[in-house]
Design a protein around this ligand. Structure first.
Ligand code: SAH
Ligand code: SF4
Ligand code: F3S
Length: 447
Protein backbone atom coordinates (compact mmCIF):
# COMPACT_ATOMS: atom_id res chain seq x y z
CA UNK A 1 0.00 0.00 0.00
CA UNK A 2 1.61 3.25 -1.12
CA UNK A 3 -0.05 6.46 -2.14
CA UNK A 4 1.73 9.58 -3.21
CA UNK A 5 -1.05 12.08 -3.58
CA UNK A 6 -4.05 13.20 -1.61
CA UNK A 7 -7.30 11.54 -2.71
CA UNK A 8 -9.56 13.74 -4.83
CA UNK A 9 -12.75 11.77 -4.34
CA UNK A 10 -14.27 9.77 -1.48
CA UNK A 11 -17.12 7.45 -0.71
CA UNK A 12 -18.38 6.54 2.77
CA UNK A 13 -20.26 3.26 3.00
CA UNK A 14 -22.11 2.78 6.28
CA UNK A 15 -23.39 -0.51 7.67
CA UNK A 16 -25.27 -1.27 10.88
CA UNK A 17 -27.33 1.07 13.00
CA UNK A 18 -28.44 4.68 12.59
CA UNK A 19 -25.59 5.86 14.80
CA UNK A 20 -23.28 4.61 12.08
CA UNK A 21 -25.31 6.50 9.47
CA UNK A 22 -24.89 9.65 11.56
CA UNK A 23 -21.14 9.03 11.98
CA UNK A 24 -20.90 8.37 8.23
CA UNK A 25 -22.45 11.76 7.50
CA UNK A 26 -20.07 13.47 9.89
CA UNK A 27 -17.07 11.73 8.28
CA UNK A 28 -18.32 12.81 4.86
CA UNK A 29 -18.51 16.41 6.09
CA UNK A 30 -14.99 16.09 7.48
CA UNK A 31 -13.61 14.83 4.16
CA UNK A 32 -15.53 17.46 2.19
CA UNK A 33 -13.96 20.11 4.43
CA UNK A 34 -10.56 18.74 3.28
CA UNK A 35 -11.53 19.56 -0.30
CA UNK A 36 -12.26 15.93 -1.21
CA UNK A 37 -15.47 15.44 -3.20
CA UNK A 38 -18.01 12.63 -2.96
CA UNK A 39 -18.70 10.19 -5.81
CA UNK A 40 -22.12 8.71 -6.41
CA UNK A 41 -22.87 5.09 -5.46
CA UNK A 42 -21.38 2.66 -7.97
CA UNK A 43 -18.53 4.90 -9.13
CA UNK A 44 -14.88 4.48 -8.17
CA UNK A 45 -13.51 6.75 -5.48
CA UNK A 46 -9.86 7.44 -4.58
CA UNK A 47 -10.73 6.98 -0.91
CA UNK A 48 -13.31 4.51 0.37
CA UNK A 49 -14.36 4.57 4.02
CA UNK A 50 -16.03 1.34 5.15
CA UNK A 51 -18.03 2.32 8.23
CA UNK A 52 -18.59 -1.10 9.70
CA UNK A 53 -20.86 -2.99 12.09
CA UNK A 54 -19.80 -5.75 14.51
CA UNK A 55 -23.17 -6.70 15.95
CA UNK A 56 -23.51 -10.11 14.28
CA UNK A 57 -21.02 -12.41 12.62
CA UNK A 58 -22.43 -11.82 9.15
CA UNK A 59 -22.09 -8.06 9.50
CA UNK A 60 -18.41 -8.47 10.34
CA UNK A 61 -17.68 -10.84 7.45
CA UNK A 62 -18.97 -8.19 5.07
CA UNK A 63 -15.97 -5.99 5.79
CA UNK A 64 -13.43 -8.47 4.52
CA UNK A 65 -15.46 -9.33 1.42
CA UNK A 66 -15.88 -5.62 0.70
CA UNK A 67 -12.15 -5.00 1.02
CA UNK A 68 -11.49 -7.90 -1.36
CA UNK A 69 -13.97 -6.50 -3.86
CA UNK A 70 -12.45 -3.02 -3.73
CA UNK A 71 -8.93 -4.37 -4.26
CA UNK A 72 -10.05 -6.50 -7.21
CA UNK A 73 -11.98 -3.66 -8.86
CA UNK A 74 -8.93 -1.44 -8.35
CA UNK A 75 -6.60 -3.98 -9.96
CA UNK A 76 -8.90 -4.34 -12.96
CA UNK A 77 -8.98 -0.56 -13.39
CA UNK A 78 -5.23 -0.25 -12.79
CA UNK A 79 -5.60 1.84 -9.65
CA UNK A 80 -5.21 1.46 -5.93
CA UNK A 81 -8.04 2.82 -3.84
CA UNK A 82 -7.15 4.16 -0.43
CA UNK A 83 -9.20 2.13 2.06
CA UNK A 84 -10.14 3.23 5.56
CA UNK A 85 -12.03 0.93 7.93
CA UNK A 86 -14.14 2.82 10.47
CA UNK A 87 -16.98 1.85 12.83
CA UNK A 88 -17.38 -1.00 15.26
CA UNK A 89 -15.29 -3.67 13.49
CA UNK A 90 -12.43 -1.17 13.41
CA UNK A 91 -12.81 -0.73 17.15
CA UNK A 92 -13.06 -4.45 17.92
CA UNK A 93 -10.60 -5.92 15.42
CA UNK A 94 -8.33 -3.06 14.39
CA UNK A 95 -5.06 -4.96 14.72
CA UNK A 96 -6.49 -8.01 13.00
CA UNK A 97 -7.68 -5.95 10.03
CA UNK A 98 -4.24 -4.37 9.66
CA UNK A 99 -2.64 -7.82 9.69
CA UNK A 100 -5.18 -9.54 7.45
CA UNK A 101 -5.78 -6.79 4.90
CA UNK A 102 -2.64 -5.05 3.63
CA UNK A 103 -4.77 -2.92 1.31
CA UNK A 104 -6.23 -1.09 4.31
CA UNK A 105 -4.34 2.10 5.08
CA UNK A 106 -6.36 3.44 8.00
CA UNK A 107 -8.32 1.88 10.84
CA UNK A 108 -10.34 4.35 12.88
CA UNK A 109 -12.77 3.70 15.75
CA UNK A 110 -16.16 5.39 16.32
CA UNK A 111 -14.73 7.74 18.97
CA UNK A 112 -11.65 8.74 17.00
CA UNK A 113 -12.84 9.61 13.49
CA UNK A 114 -12.38 13.34 13.99
CA UNK A 115 -8.69 12.53 13.58
CA UNK A 116 -9.16 11.19 10.04
CA UNK A 117 -7.48 14.21 8.37
CA UNK A 118 -4.20 13.56 10.23
CA UNK A 119 -4.39 9.89 9.36
CA UNK A 120 -4.93 10.83 5.75
CA UNK A 121 -1.78 12.96 5.77
CA UNK A 122 0.16 9.97 7.05
CA UNK A 123 -1.42 7.66 4.47
CA UNK A 124 -0.29 9.96 1.68
CA UNK A 125 3.27 9.50 3.00
CA UNK A 126 2.80 5.75 2.82
CA UNK A 127 2.26 5.22 6.56
CA UNK A 128 -0.58 3.01 7.75
CA UNK A 129 -2.25 4.02 10.99
CA UNK A 130 -4.72 2.73 13.54
CA UNK A 131 -6.61 4.96 15.96
CA UNK A 132 -9.09 3.23 18.24
CA UNK A 133 -8.68 5.53 21.23
CA UNK A 134 -11.72 6.67 23.14
CA UNK A 135 -10.37 10.13 23.96
CA UNK A 136 -11.88 12.37 26.61
CA UNK A 137 -11.63 15.38 24.32
CA UNK A 138 -14.93 15.69 22.56
CA UNK A 139 -14.96 14.35 19.03
CA UNK A 140 -17.97 16.50 18.27
CA UNK A 141 -16.16 19.76 18.98
CA UNK A 142 -13.51 18.85 16.42
CA UNK A 143 -15.98 18.17 13.61
CA UNK A 144 -16.91 20.73 10.94
CA UNK A 145 -20.29 22.49 10.90
CA UNK A 146 -23.36 20.66 9.57
CA UNK A 147 -24.05 21.12 5.86
CA UNK A 148 -27.25 20.85 3.82
CA UNK A 149 -29.29 17.88 4.96
CA UNK A 150 -32.34 15.90 3.87
CA UNK A 151 -35.81 16.62 5.37
CA UNK A 152 -35.17 13.91 7.94
CA UNK A 153 -31.93 14.13 9.90
CA UNK A 154 -30.22 12.16 12.64
CA UNK A 155 -28.72 13.73 15.72
CA UNK A 156 -26.61 11.59 18.05
CA UNK A 157 -27.32 12.75 21.59
CA UNK A 158 -25.97 9.83 23.57
CA UNK A 159 -23.22 7.34 22.85
CA UNK A 160 -22.04 4.08 24.34
CA UNK A 161 -23.77 1.58 26.57
CA UNK A 162 -23.37 0.44 30.18
CA UNK A 163 -26.01 -2.28 30.05
CA UNK A 164 -23.80 -5.23 29.10
CA UNK A 165 -26.47 -7.53 27.74
CA UNK A 166 -24.57 -10.81 27.67
CA UNK A 167 -24.83 -11.29 23.87
CA UNK A 168 -23.86 -7.79 22.81
CA UNK A 169 -20.63 -6.16 21.60
CA UNK A 170 -21.80 -2.55 21.78
CA UNK A 171 -20.46 -1.78 25.30
CA UNK A 172 -17.02 -2.87 24.02
CA UNK A 173 -17.09 -1.18 20.60
CA UNK A 174 -18.76 2.07 21.67
CA UNK A 175 -17.53 2.39 25.22
CA UNK A 176 -19.30 3.75 28.31
CA UNK A 177 -22.53 5.76 28.20
CA UNK A 178 -22.02 9.46 27.64
CA UNK A 179 -24.56 12.21 27.05
CA UNK A 180 -23.70 15.13 24.80
CA UNK A 181 -24.27 18.50 26.49
CA UNK A 182 -27.69 20.16 26.17
CA UNK A 183 -26.38 23.39 24.64
CA UNK A 184 -24.42 21.58 21.92
CA UNK A 185 -27.50 19.60 20.99
CA UNK A 186 -29.83 22.59 20.86
CA UNK A 187 -27.28 24.33 18.68
CA UNK A 188 -26.78 21.36 16.34
CA UNK A 189 -30.54 20.80 16.06
CA UNK A 190 -31.05 24.46 15.12
CA UNK A 191 -28.30 24.13 12.47
CA UNK A 192 -29.95 21.00 11.07
CA UNK A 193 -33.28 22.80 10.79
CA UNK A 194 -31.58 25.76 9.13
CA UNK A 195 -29.97 23.30 6.72
CA UNK A 196 -33.34 21.87 5.71
CA UNK A 197 -34.30 19.25 8.29
CA UNK A 198 -38.02 19.09 9.14
CA UNK A 199 -37.73 15.96 11.23
CA UNK A 200 -34.96 15.08 13.67
CA UNK A 201 -34.41 11.62 15.10
CA UNK A 202 -32.43 11.73 18.34
CA UNK A 203 -30.03 8.81 18.43
CA UNK A 204 -28.28 6.80 21.09
CA UNK A 205 -27.58 3.14 21.84
CA UNK A 206 -29.61 3.93 24.93
CA UNK A 207 -31.09 7.22 23.91
CA UNK A 208 -33.46 7.41 26.86
CA UNK A 209 -30.49 7.26 29.24
CA UNK A 210 -29.61 10.76 28.03
CA UNK A 211 -29.29 13.25 30.87
CA UNK A 212 -28.09 16.81 31.07
CA UNK A 213 -28.68 20.28 32.41
CA UNK A 214 -30.94 22.76 30.69
CA UNK A 215 -30.08 26.42 30.10
CA UNK A 216 -31.05 27.22 33.70
CA UNK A 217 -28.86 24.46 35.12
CA UNK A 218 -31.74 22.13 36.02
CA UNK A 219 -31.20 18.40 35.64
CA UNK A 220 -33.28 17.05 32.75
CA UNK A 221 -33.77 13.78 30.90
CA UNK A 222 -34.57 12.96 27.31
CA UNK A 223 -38.13 14.27 27.70
CA UNK A 224 -36.75 17.67 28.76
CA UNK A 225 -34.52 17.74 25.69
CA UNK A 226 -37.46 16.78 23.46
CA UNK A 227 -39.60 19.55 24.95
CA UNK A 228 -36.85 22.11 24.31
CA UNK A 229 -36.20 21.00 20.72
CA UNK A 230 -39.94 21.03 19.99
CA UNK A 231 -39.72 24.83 20.39
CA UNK A 232 -37.73 25.15 17.14
CA UNK A 233 -40.38 26.79 14.94
CA UNK A 234 -39.48 25.16 11.61
CA UNK A 235 -39.00 21.71 13.05
CA UNK A 236 -42.14 19.64 12.44
CA UNK A 237 -41.32 16.24 13.88
CA UNK A 238 -39.19 14.61 16.56
CA UNK A 239 -38.36 10.95 17.06
CA UNK A 240 -35.83 9.06 19.20
CA UNK A 241 -34.24 5.63 19.07
CA UNK A 242 -33.22 3.20 20.59
CA UNK A 243 -34.60 3.01 24.11
CA UNK A 244 -34.02 0.54 26.91
CA UNK A 245 -36.99 -0.48 29.09
CA UNK A 246 -35.06 0.24 32.30
CA UNK A 247 -34.41 3.88 31.39
CA UNK A 248 -38.02 4.77 30.59
CA UNK A 249 -39.16 7.62 32.85
CA UNK A 250 -42.62 8.95 33.73
CA UNK A 251 -41.62 12.18 32.00
CA UNK A 252 -40.87 10.40 28.72
CA UNK A 253 -44.21 8.61 28.76
CA UNK A 254 -46.00 11.88 29.55
CA UNK A 255 -44.19 13.67 26.70
CA UNK A 256 -45.88 11.33 24.24
CA UNK A 257 -49.25 12.66 25.35
CA UNK A 258 -48.19 16.30 25.54
CA UNK A 259 -45.67 17.17 22.84
CA UNK A 260 -47.44 17.37 19.47
CA UNK A 261 -44.20 17.25 17.50
CA UNK A 262 -43.13 14.02 19.16
CA UNK A 263 -44.28 11.32 16.74
CA UNK A 264 -46.48 8.43 17.95
CA UNK A 265 -43.82 5.75 17.58
CA UNK A 266 -41.74 3.86 20.10
CA UNK A 267 -38.92 1.42 19.42
CA UNK A 268 -38.47 -0.53 22.64
CA UNK A 269 -36.49 -3.76 22.21
CA UNK A 270 -37.53 -6.69 24.38
CA UNK A 271 -35.37 -9.50 22.89
CA UNK A 272 -37.35 -12.39 24.42
CA UNK A 273 -40.67 -13.18 26.09
CA UNK A 274 -39.11 -15.63 28.56
CA UNK A 275 -38.05 -14.32 31.97
CA UNK A 276 -35.38 -17.01 32.30
CA UNK A 277 -33.84 -16.02 28.97
CA UNK A 278 -34.14 -12.31 29.77
CA UNK A 279 -32.25 -12.93 33.00
CA UNK A 280 -29.51 -14.87 31.19
CA UNK A 281 -29.32 -11.98 28.73
CA UNK A 282 -28.87 -9.57 31.67
CA UNK A 283 -31.78 -7.50 30.39
CA UNK A 284 -32.99 -6.66 33.94
CA UNK A 285 -36.64 -6.43 32.92
CA UNK A 286 -39.28 -9.13 32.74
CA UNK A 287 -41.86 -9.82 30.07
CA UNK A 288 -44.52 -8.51 32.42
CA UNK A 289 -42.71 -5.29 33.37
CA UNK A 290 -42.13 -4.65 29.65
CA UNK A 291 -45.82 -5.16 28.82
CA UNK A 292 -46.80 -2.84 31.69
CA UNK A 293 -44.53 -0.13 30.28
CA UNK A 294 -46.13 -0.44 26.85
CA UNK A 295 -49.55 -0.15 28.44
CA UNK A 296 -48.52 3.13 30.02
CA UNK A 297 -47.24 4.50 26.69
CA UNK A 298 -50.58 3.49 25.15
CA UNK A 299 -52.48 5.28 27.90
CA UNK A 300 -50.50 8.46 27.19
CA UNK A 301 -50.80 8.12 23.41
CA UNK A 302 -53.44 5.58 22.38
CA UNK A 303 -52.44 5.47 18.70
CA UNK A 304 -48.72 4.91 19.41
CA UNK A 305 -47.05 2.47 16.99
CA UNK A 306 -44.86 -0.04 18.79
CA UNK A 307 -41.66 -1.57 17.55
CA UNK A 308 -39.11 -3.93 19.07
CA UNK A 309 -36.07 -6.13 18.58
CA UNK A 310 -35.95 -9.90 19.13
CA UNK A 311 -33.24 -12.52 19.32
CA UNK A 312 -34.15 -16.17 18.73
CA UNK A 313 -31.94 -19.07 19.79
CA UNK A 314 -30.11 -17.44 22.69
CA UNK A 315 -27.98 -20.20 24.35
CA UNK A 316 -30.24 -22.52 26.31
CA UNK A 317 -33.51 -21.22 24.81
CA UNK A 318 -36.03 -24.08 24.88
CA UNK A 319 -39.07 -24.56 22.63
CA UNK A 320 -41.32 -23.55 25.52
CA UNK A 321 -39.29 -20.37 26.11
CA UNK A 322 -39.51 -19.50 22.44
CA UNK A 323 -43.30 -19.97 22.63
CA UNK A 324 -43.30 -17.33 25.38
CA UNK A 325 -41.76 -14.91 22.87
CA UNK A 326 -44.58 -15.68 20.42
CA UNK A 327 -47.13 -15.07 23.18
CA UNK A 328 -45.58 -11.70 23.95
CA UNK A 329 -45.75 -10.76 20.27
CA UNK A 330 -49.44 -11.71 20.23
CA UNK A 331 -50.06 -9.63 23.35
CA UNK A 332 -48.38 -6.49 21.95
CA UNK A 333 -49.41 -6.35 18.30
CA UNK A 334 -46.28 -4.63 16.96
CA UNK A 335 -46.52 -2.16 14.09
CA UNK A 336 -42.95 -3.06 13.10
CA UNK A 337 -40.13 -5.15 14.54
CA UNK A 338 -36.64 -6.47 13.91
CA UNK A 339 -35.71 -10.06 14.64
CA UNK A 340 -32.39 -11.85 14.51
CA UNK A 341 -30.84 -15.24 15.01
CA UNK A 342 -28.48 -15.24 17.97
CA UNK A 343 -24.90 -14.78 16.82
CA UNK A 344 -22.08 -15.64 19.22
CA UNK A 345 -19.73 -12.66 19.48
CA UNK A 346 -16.14 -13.11 20.62
CA UNK A 347 -15.51 -11.91 24.16
CA UNK A 348 -19.17 -11.64 25.21
CA UNK A 349 -20.36 -13.73 28.20
CA UNK A 350 -23.10 -15.50 26.20
CA UNK A 351 -20.55 -16.87 23.73
CA UNK A 352 -19.18 -19.18 26.42
CA UNK A 353 -22.55 -20.23 27.84
CA UNK A 354 -23.79 -23.80 27.50
CA UNK A 355 -26.62 -24.94 25.26
CA UNK A 356 -25.91 -23.28 21.94
CA UNK A 357 -28.98 -23.78 19.77
CA UNK A 358 -28.65 -25.64 16.45
CA UNK A 359 -28.82 -23.54 13.30
CA UNK A 360 -31.86 -25.40 11.93
CA UNK A 361 -33.75 -24.76 15.17
CA UNK A 362 -32.89 -21.06 15.00
CA UNK A 363 -33.97 -20.92 11.36
CA UNK A 364 -37.31 -22.45 12.19
CA UNK A 365 -37.88 -20.18 15.18
CA UNK A 366 -36.96 -17.08 13.21
CA UNK A 367 -39.38 -18.04 10.44
CA UNK A 368 -42.23 -18.53 12.89
CA UNK A 369 -41.47 -15.29 14.70
CA UNK A 370 -41.21 -13.30 11.49
CA UNK A 371 -44.49 -14.76 10.22
CA UNK A 372 -46.20 -13.50 13.38
CA UNK A 373 -44.52 -10.09 13.16
CA UNK A 374 -45.36 -9.71 9.46
CA UNK A 375 -48.97 -10.63 10.15
CA UNK A 376 -49.20 -7.87 12.78
CA UNK A 377 -47.38 -5.33 10.62
CA UNK A 378 -49.78 -5.94 7.73
CA UNK A 379 -52.76 -5.68 10.09
CA UNK A 380 -51.42 -2.39 11.45
CA UNK A 381 -51.02 -0.98 7.93
CA UNK A 382 -54.43 -2.27 6.81
CA UNK A 383 -56.09 -0.51 9.72
CA UNK A 384 -54.99 2.81 8.15
CA UNK A 385 -56.74 2.20 4.81
CA UNK A 386 -59.59 4.62 4.20
CA UNK A 387 -58.12 7.14 6.64
CA UNK A 388 -56.01 10.23 5.96
CA UNK A 389 -52.66 11.05 7.50
CA UNK A 390 -49.89 13.60 7.33
CA UNK A 391 -46.83 12.53 5.36
CA UNK A 392 -43.41 14.16 5.38
CA UNK A 393 -42.20 13.99 1.77
CA UNK A 394 -38.69 12.49 1.63
CA UNK A 395 -38.06 11.78 -2.04
CA UNK A 396 -39.46 10.96 -5.45
CA UNK A 397 -40.76 7.43 -5.98
CA UNK A 398 -39.64 5.13 -8.79
CA UNK A 399 -42.74 5.77 -10.93
CA UNK A 400 -43.37 9.09 -12.72
CA UNK A 401 -45.29 11.56 -10.55
CA UNK A 402 -44.87 9.38 -7.49
CA UNK A 403 -43.56 10.55 -4.10
CA UNK A 404 -42.38 8.70 -1.02
CA UNK A 405 -42.63 9.85 2.58
CA UNK A 406 -43.35 8.68 6.11
CA UNK A 407 -46.52 8.75 8.15
CA UNK A 408 -46.37 9.79 11.83
CA UNK A 409 -46.25 6.05 12.64
CA UNK A 410 -43.11 5.64 10.49
CA UNK A 411 -44.94 3.78 7.72
CA UNK A 412 -43.57 4.31 4.19
CA UNK A 413 -46.26 5.95 2.07
CA UNK A 414 -46.18 6.11 -1.75
CA UNK A 415 -48.50 8.68 -3.25
CA UNK A 416 -49.31 10.84 -6.23
CA UNK A 417 -50.25 14.50 -6.38
CA UNK A 418 -48.94 17.99 -5.78
CA UNK A 419 -45.96 17.85 -3.42
CA UNK A 420 -42.29 18.72 -3.01
CA UNK A 421 -39.49 17.22 -0.94
CA UNK A 422 -39.69 18.57 2.61
CA UNK A 423 -43.45 19.30 2.44
CA UNK A 424 -45.92 17.86 4.86
CA UNK A 425 -48.99 16.79 2.91
CA UNK A 426 -52.28 15.20 3.88
CA UNK A 427 -52.66 11.89 2.10
CA UNK A 428 -55.71 9.70 1.68
CA UNK A 429 -54.62 6.09 2.19
CA UNK A 430 -56.10 3.63 -0.29
CA UNK A 431 -54.00 0.47 -0.12
CA UNK A 432 -51.75 -1.32 2.34
CA UNK A 433 -49.01 -3.90 1.98
CA UNK A 434 -46.74 -5.37 4.66
CA UNK A 435 -44.06 -2.71 4.12
CA UNK A 436 -45.85 0.34 2.77
CA UNK A 437 -49.09 2.17 2.06
CA UNK A 438 -50.31 3.87 -1.10
CA UNK A 439 -52.53 6.91 -1.51
CA UNK A 440 -53.02 10.35 -3.02
CA UNK A 441 -52.48 13.92 -1.83
CA UNK A 442 -55.50 15.80 -0.54
CA UNK A 443 -53.75 19.00 0.49
CA UNK A 444 -50.47 20.58 1.41
CA UNK A 445 -50.28 21.06 5.18
CA UNK A 446 -46.98 22.95 5.33
CA UNK A 447 -44.12 23.60 2.96
N1 SAH B 1 -28.95 -0.40 21.95
C1 SAH B 1 -29.94 -0.96 21.19
C2 SAH B 1 -29.45 -1.61 19.92
C3 SAH B 1 -28.54 -2.74 20.03
S1 SAH B 1 -28.13 -3.57 18.56
C4 SAH B 1 -30.75 -1.87 22.06
O1 SAH B 1 -30.42 -2.12 23.18
O2 SAH B 1 -31.75 -2.34 21.60
C5 SAH B 1 -29.68 -3.88 17.81
C6 SAH B 1 -30.23 -5.24 18.04
O3 SAH B 1 -29.37 -6.23 17.55
C7 SAH B 1 -30.45 -5.62 19.48
O4 SAH B 1 -31.60 -5.03 20.01
C8 SAH B 1 -30.55 -7.11 19.40
O5 SAH B 1 -31.86 -7.52 19.10
C9 SAH B 1 -29.66 -7.44 18.20
N2 SAH B 1 -28.41 -8.07 18.63
C10 SAH B 1 -27.44 -7.55 19.41
N3 SAH B 1 -26.46 -8.46 19.61
C11 SAH B 1 -26.82 -9.59 18.95
C12 SAH B 1 -26.23 -10.88 18.79
N4 SAH B 1 -25.08 -11.19 19.36
N5 SAH B 1 -26.90 -11.79 18.03
C13 SAH B 1 -28.07 -11.48 17.45
N6 SAH B 1 -28.67 -10.29 17.58
C14 SAH B 1 -28.06 -9.34 18.32
FE1 SF4 C 1 -26.34 -3.99 23.47
FE2 SF4 C 1 -27.94 -4.33 25.54
FE3 SF4 C 1 -26.54 -2.08 25.28
FE4 SF4 C 1 -28.56 -2.56 23.64
S1 SF4 C 1 -28.72 -2.27 25.87
S2 SF4 C 1 -26.53 -1.82 23.09
S3 SF4 C 1 -28.45 -4.75 23.38
S4 SF4 C 1 -25.71 -4.10 25.64
FE1 F3S D 1 -23.34 -2.24 14.65
FE2 F3S D 1 -21.83 -0.72 16.12
FE3 F3S D 1 -24.27 0.04 15.55
S1 F3S D 1 -21.91 -2.90 16.20
S2 F3S D 1 -25.35 -1.88 15.37
S3 F3S D 1 -22.64 -0.24 14.11
S4 F3S D 1 -23.20 0.36 17.45
Amino acid sequence: MKYTSKPRTYRVKSFGCQMNVYDGERMAELLAAQGITPVPEGEDADLVVLNTCHIREKATEKVYSDIGRLVKAGEEAGRKPMIAVAGCVAQAEGEEIMARAPAVGMVVGPQAYHRLPEMLDRAVKGQRSTDTDMPEDAKFAALPKRRKVAPTAFLTVQEGCDKFCTYCVVPYTRGAEISRPFNDLVEEAAKLVEAGAREITLLGQNVNAWSGEDAKGRAIGLDGLIRELAKLPDLARLRYTTSHPNDVTDGLIAAHGEVDKLMPYLHLPVQSGSDRVLKAMNRSHTAESYLKLLERFREARPDIALSGDFIVGFPGETDAEFEETLSLVDAVGYAQAFSFKYSARPGTPAASMDGHVAKEVMDERLQRLQAALNRDQLAFNQASVGKTCEVLVERKGKLAGQWLGKSPWLQSVFFEGDAAIGDIVRVELAEAGPNSLAGRVLERVSA
